[in-house]
Write a protein that binds this ligand. Sequence first.
Ligand SMILES: [Zn+2]
Length: 172
Amino acid sequence: MNFCRRCGASLELVNNHVYTCKNDHVIFANASPASCMWLVNDRDEVLVATRAIEPGKGLLDAPGGFNDGAETYEIALARELEEEVGLTPSDYTRPEYLLSWLDKYDYKGEQIDVLSNVYWARQIGSPTINPQDDVGEATFMPIADVDPDKIYFDAVRQGFIVLRDRLKQGSL
Ligand SMILES: [Zn+2]
């Protein structure tokens, strides 16, 4: 960040994520909130999306994305699931939190710090999966067949590993 968003003066880095300008405005550069969800069906298969756009085009992902404006995680996650794979909250159980993780997201040349919450849920019934937006394909795969190294985002990969290990232990 170079300029104060309140007055336009040059910013000086105070420490870590805190900036100040000559008019004593204090600007915090916090990570952007995002979320995603691993959806599991009754055969313990997981819904895996293939990224249709850069960054990470062709690599694996879970449906999700950035919170828009002042959205809660609940609202952002429901919106992203609907936009990306055409599912509404009646198509899955209440999302359960797995972990949070910090990622870097390369957006048009800017490195954005992303604070991702990763969730999981069980599918209810047999809804039609309808990939769109930045999702190329979305298919259910046996969890053992998913190679974590092919998952693009660190947050999504770490969440997958926690989910896989808990399902294996029978603790979910
Ligand atoms: Zn200022």
